[in-house]
Write a protein that binds this ligand. Sequence first.
Ligand code: MG
Ligand code: ZN
Length: 217
Amino acid sequence: MEIKVAKKMLRANDEVAASNRRALGEAGVAAVNIVGSPGAGKTALVERTVLALKGRMTIGVIEGDIATARDAERVAAAGAQVVQLSTGGACHLDAGMVAQGMEEFDLAKLDLLLIENVGNLVCTAHFDLGEGRKVLVVSTPEGDDKPAKYPAIFMRSNALVINKLDLAEAAGCDVSRIRREALELNPELDVFEVSCRTGKGLDGWLNWLTEPAAAKS
Ligand code: MG
Ligand code: ZN
């Protein structure tokens, strides 16, 4: 019985996601759903991205958080238009929440919409938001065993950003293992090794994000 309810819920979500995708596509907005554990560095990646692309692209950011507007404040300070979605306890964004967030923007004026999901590696894999591409952020202190433990999110993402490269050695994290096991699960994954703190490795990520394929929502 519960399984039926969950399936129905996901089907309703998929319908709203399709309508989001249509609206984004018509407005020519490339939308990216950024997922990852709490503390992986999703907000830091958004901040770095907004700062790096300032003046080149008009970027909107939807910040999903269970509570507080702290991340939205950080991203606004970096120079993006930000909408804060407080999920009131929900551990992931769904397409309906994103539809509400999208209403706050003039989509015709945006080039890129970054959607920072709630920190979570589980249900974020199953809720389509209407994005063009999904990006998974993992960080080296989380360990190098995440692909095997959370395969769905690795299989459903288009890019993997391995953050906190500067801490890998101290954390005893084998970055090549993350890369290898992630690619075994999903050979299509584009993998970037970065440090949002030092700025290392971000050029490849920024190229991926701004390449023409990003416009095809
Ligand atoms: Mg955050
Ligand atoms: Zn959830």
